[in-house]
Design a binder for this molecule. Sequence first.
Ligand code: FES
Length: 111
Amino acid sequence: MDGTLVTADFVDVAALEEIPRRGARTVATASGAIALFRTGRDDVFALRDRCPHRGGPLSHGIVHGEHVTCPLHGWVIDLASGAAEGERAPCVARFRVRVEQGRVLLAVNGP
Ligand code: FES
């Protein structure tokens, strides 16, 4: 994560343990649902919970490595970049997220 980030940008949204390993949970925001993904290595990523193909809920997908496979038609999304595998565009909006002392902090104001 970016060490220059200001803590005040972040909101405490969950405990790390509330996100299943190799799974996800969602956070409701004024601009729509954000999916928090937890990898098998306990890294956490935050993406808009909407597949760029036809809007499927990425939070219901299968997390593998640092990717999630959409549950509807199988597009594979890179959790770090938000890019869809094999596609130049569009990408899924990313949000800054970090874990401190077992709490997940999300920058809900945007990527
Ligand atoms: S909606 Fe995600 S692959 Fe189609």
